[in-house]
Each structure stands twice: as structure tokens, then as C-alpha cells.
Design a protein around this ligand. Structure first.
Ligand code: TEU
Length: 544
């Protein structure tokens, strides 16, 4: 297995708006991130993916970029950014930026120019279609509800936006547009950026016939996901931006499957890694807001199908688009189950083969927010559009409480002081009321806290060649509520067993060996206690 820095390090995802505010405006910023780098170093983090820092009107919280080469004023300045790069590299931490090149903000000068005139050199930077003012060019739906087309009265044409109408899709057929993007990417790499997380990069090429979907306002990945030209563009980007640099690109490959994944990762000609969402969609019944109960068998099936599908995975339990991991996959019924379940799902995920991506707050067991049911509590365009379009508001709120993106975007909880130490001002979004108990300061002092467990797990992984590069083999014939596998290195072998249920499971074959990490202080022979997890060293020739 080829050794790479992005295989050796544990990543941490920062949602900058909610991580640490340094100037009291209630919004996280770059200086705030710098002030917390030592915490992340202490945690054992070797690389950080920061969600968009670019100038944006924030219709989609930064995923609508107005100026690719300007830092969002609320986050700071380009000098602050350069300080961040310097402070991270001084601590041997790699910086991965979010790259949003499927679409821009409708306030981006490219779009302002594009809509001004069909004769503008920027007109074809976007996807425009003629048509009568009341009939969109086709029936495609937006990810955020409604049609994927908006009629622009200035241009007197329709433009495509797979997301909100303030996020017009870029036309990747246009070579001049692509060259402008590559210039921008290279400028950030020259500024010291170590890589990119590429937003919905699997959607950049569209079927040029723009055929109708099989029903109105539906998503139709068959016409814009993993299209043949996507590979052409990714390969071109690789050659024009990444070749010759020691950098990493991980794609948010929406609609990726175990069948098509190896077409974009593996040989280094397109992406280095990808995010797949099978586990994130496990409780979606057809679409995100139709929620079905967790099926443990499905979790095991998904995890190991991906371990077999591609040689190197990303490992994550959540991100800025997903509900809080412990609320979704664990239990928040009481403090004991909250701690045990957060630890068990963490060991389940982060002892697998691949690069771990820990989302801010996951390491202290942050939970979903208790929305009371007022739209004023929401900030996310996806949830607001869904609520406004729902006739049954009670049902809509039930789904938003479980899966709304704002659950993951409430301020990081640093300490029990006002606003959890996130800001001295009024936070842009409410702080979870459980911050007096759930915060870094409480947990850093407690050897039995979720934070202490995460740190042990991360440090174990940082030190172990076996946990990084060893083969991952699923244990067969074990209860589906237990995720069990082996990690086999050249000199070392580990067994991992994680009960991801609150059931006590008896008659379990538990391998003999030295317990390296567990979340129970006493073991019961042949029993896995509720949310019990164990990392056992079966064999070791000087690995840890
Ligand atoms: O998300 C892509 C995406 O598919 C999302 O719609 C996601 O699946 C959904 O929100 C889950 O509920 C990326 C970014 O991560 C997201 O924050 C942006 O809103 C979106 O692209 C548009 O840029």
C-alpha cells in the first residue's frame, strides 16, 4: 500500500461559522480557529478540512461563492488566512479547503456578467436555455425543492441550479471557464493549501440533451452524476493543478456507488479519496425527509461493502450536512448510554481501514438541537424550504429535528460559560442548551469522557501501522448488532468488537488477547454489554 500523508493522518472538519468567534460578532472566524489549533494538536489531529472561507452572501452558508479569491469578511482577511496556513504548518498540520466548483453564487461577477447579455464572454460560463417564461426547459428538481431552473428576466432565459436559485450551475463544457477555475485552484495551492474537498464534484458534467426526469421536480442523477465527461474534467484538473504537488483531493461524490467508485479513485488519475453516503442515507426512505428506523444489519453491510469496494475509504459519522452522530447512530436516553454509544460508534468507524474525518463537536458527543418548532430557529435553506413546502408542519418538524442540517451547525461547545465560550456576542445560531454539561472543559478533565476516549483512539491510530494499513476482515457469524472485524498488519493483529445497540448480547465469541481500549471497566465473559466496544491485540511484534 503506497504511504501518503493523507492516509497517515486523522482529519478534523471545521465549520468555521460555528467553531470559535474571536471578535464578538457572534460568528466564528479564522483568528478563532488559530486560537484553537493547540487543542486540535492535543487531540492528535494531523489535518483539517475547513468548510468554505470564501466571500459569500451565505444563502447556502458559504456554498454559494461570490469571490473565489477573497476571504469572507466575517471570517477575516487574506492575511489572517496566511497566518492560519503558517500556524498550521508550524504544528505539522495540513490544511484542506472546500472547493465549490459545480456552481457559484448568483452574485459572483461571472454570473452578473453572464446574465447581462448573450454576447457576454461570460454568458456560457453558466447553463442557459431559451423557453417561454412559464415553462422550464425540463422537469428537473432542485436538491432544495422545486424546479432546478429559474427564469432570468434580464437574460430572458432560464438558468440551471441543481441547488438553490442563488447557486447557478457552472457550464463545465466551457474550456475558458475551466481554465479560470484551474487558475484559482493553483493560486490557493501556491498560498500553501495542502488539498481540497470538492463539493458535489460528481455532478459537474451534465447530459447535454437535458432529458426529462421520470417525474416532475425529481432529482435525476442519471443525467448529471458520474457522466463520462466528469472523468475527463477530473483528469484535466489533476494534470493542470495537482500533478507534481504533494497535495490531496477528496471528492464529495454524490450518488457514488460501490460499482462506480473505482472509476474515480484508485489509480491517482482523478481523485485521491471520495466521500460516499450510503451510511448517511441509511435512515432515508426514498428521500432525506422520509425517515425509517436504523437497521443494524444494514450498517454492517454498508461498512464492509465499502471496505471491499475500494482500496482506501474515508471514514466518517457525520458532517455539516448531517445530524449529530450520537443522536443518529447512538443513544441520548441517559448520560451513561450517551457516553457508551458515542464511544462504541467511534471505535466501530475509526478502527476501519481508511482516513478518519471527525466532525467538529463529535469528539465531545454534541447532540442534535432541541428545536421548539419556530422557523426563526432555523438558518439552513434546505430545512426552511422543506418546512415552507410542507403541508403537515408537525411531520416536517419531526423530520427536521432528526435530520435538519442546523443540528450540526450550532456553535462548538468549549466550556460552561455563556454561549459555551464560542462567542462573547450573540451567536448567529442558538447554542445547544446542554452546553453546561457537554463541553471540552468538562470532558478534558474526565478520563472517562467521550473526549478522552476519542483522544486515546486517535493517538492509538496515529501510532499503529496496523490500524492505518492493515487488512480489514469482517468477522463472520456474529450477531448483527455487533460490528466485528480484524485488522491484520505484518507484525500485528487486532480484533474490534462494537455492540452498537443498547441490548445486552450473550453467547458472543470474544477473541483472546490484550485489551488495548474499551469503554467498560469490567468484562463479562462471552457477553457484550450495551454499547460495549473492545479493541483487542491478538498478536504483536512491537507495533504499539
Ligand atoms: O452537499 C451536497 C448534497 O448533496 C447536499 O444536498 C446533502 O446531500 C444534503 O444537504 C443532505 O441533507 C454539498 C455541501 O456539503 C452542502 O453543504 C451544500 O449545501 C451543497 O453541496 C451545495 O453546495
Amino acid at each position: 500500500m503506497t504511504e501518503k500523508w493523507w492516509k497517515e493522518r486523522v482529519f478534523y472538519q471545521i465549520y468555521p461559522r460555528s467553531f470559535q468567534d474571536s471578535d464578538g460578532d457572534g460568528i466564528g472566524d479564522i483568528k478563532g480557529i488559530i486560537s484553537r489549533l493547540d487543542y486540535l494538536k492535543w487531540l492528535g489531529i494531523g489535518a483539517i478540512w475547513i468548510c468554505p472561507l470564501y466571500d459569500s452572501p451565505n444563502e447556502d452558508m458559504g456554498y454559494d461563492i461570490r469571490d473565489y479569491r477573497k476571504i469572507q469578511a466575517e471570517f477575516g482577511t487574506m492575511d489572517d488566512f496566511k497566518d492560519l496556513v503558517c500556524e498550521m504548518h508550524r504544528r505539522d498540520m495540513k490544511l484542506v479547503m472546500d472547493l465549490v466548483v459545480n456552481h457559484t453564487s448568483n452574485q459572483n461577477t461571472w454570473f452578473v456578467e453572464s446574465r447581462r447579455s448573450k454576447d457576454s464572454p461570460y454568458h456560457d460560463y453558466y447553463i442557459w436555455k431559451d423557453g417561454s417564461t412559464d415553462t422550464p426547459p425540463n422537469n428537473w428538481g432542485s436538491f432544495f425543492g422545486g424546479s432546478a431552473w429559474t427564469y432570468d428576466s434580464d437574460a430572458r432565459q432560464w438558468y440551471l441550479h441543481l441547488f438553490s436559485s442563488s447557486q447557478p450551475d457552472l457550464n463545465w463544457e466551457n474550456e475558458r471557464m475551466r481554465e479560470d477555475l484551474y487558475r484559482m485552484i493553483n493560486a490557493w495551492l501556491d498560498d500553501g493549501v495542502d488539498g481540497f474537498r470538492m463539493d458535489v464534484i460528481s455532478l459537474i458534467a451534465k447530459n447535454q440533451n437535458y432529458p426529462n426526469a421520470n417525474r416532475n421536480n425529481a432529482l435525476c442523477p442519471e443525467y448529471y452524476a458520474f457522466q463520462p465527461k466528469m472523468h475527463t474534467y477530473l483528469n484535466e484538473m489533476r494534470k493542470k493543478c495537482f500533478d507534481g504537488r504533494d497535495c490531496m483531493c477528496v471528492g464529495e461524490t454524490t450518488f457514488v456507488t460501490t460499482e462506480n467508485a473505482s472509476s474515480v479513485v484508485g489509480d491517482g488519475s482523478e481523485l485521491d479519496m471520495l466521500f460516499q453516503f450510503d451510511l448517511m442515507n441509511i435512515d432515508s426512505d426514498g428521500e432525506k425527509w422520509n425517515i425509517k428506523p436504523l437497521d443494524y444489519r444494514k450498517i454492517s453491510e454498508i461498512i464492509f461493502s465499502w471496505q471491499h469496494a475500494i482500496g482506501w475509504n474515508t471514514l466518517f459519522l457525520g458532517n455539516h450536512d448531517q445530524p449529530r452522530a450520537v443522536s443518529r447512530f447512538g443513544s441520548v436516553k441517559d448520560k451513561k448510554l450517551w457516553i457508551l454509544s458515542a464511544e462504541s460508534i467511534a471505535m466501530m468507524m475509526y478502527c476501519l481501514k481508511g482516513t478518519p474525518f471527525i466532525y467538529q463537536g463529535e469528539e465531545i458527543g454534541m447532540t442534535n438541537y432541541p428545536f421548539s418548532g419556530s422557523v426563526s430557529e432555523l438558518r439552513d435553506v434546505e430545512s426552511i424550504n422543506y418546512l415552507n413546502a410542507s403541508e403537515n408542519k408537525a411531520l416536517a418538524w419531526s423530520s427536521i429535528r432528526k435530520k435538519g442540517r442546523d443540528n450540526a451547525r450550532t456553535p462548538f461547545q468549549w466550556n460552561p460559560n455563556p454561549n459555551a465560550g464560542f462567542t462573547t456576542g450573540t451567536p448567529w445560531i442558538s447554542v445547544n442548551p446542554n452546553y453546561p454539561e457537554v463541553n471540552v472543559r468538562n470532558e478534558i478533565q474526565d478520563p472517562d469522557s467521550i473526549l478522552s476516549f476519542y483522544r486515546k483512539l486517535i493517538i492509538l491510530r496515529n501510532q499503529s501501522e496496523c490500524l492505518k494499513y492493515g487488512a480489514c476482515i469482517q468477522e463472520q457469524g456474529i450477531d448483527s448488532r455487533i460490528i466485528a472485524y480484524r485488522r491484520k498488519g505484518q507484525k500485528t493483529e487486532y480484533a474490534v468488537l462494537c455492540n452498537i445497540s443498547e441490548d445486552t448480547i450473550s453467547d458472543v465469541e470474544i477473541p483472546e488477547g490484550r485489551v488495548i481500549l474499551t469503554n467498560y471497566c469490567h468484562r463479562i465473559s462471552r457477553v457484550m454489554q450495551p454499547y460495549e466496544c473492545i479493541l483487542i491485540e491478538i498478536q504483536n511484534d512491537s507495533d504499539i
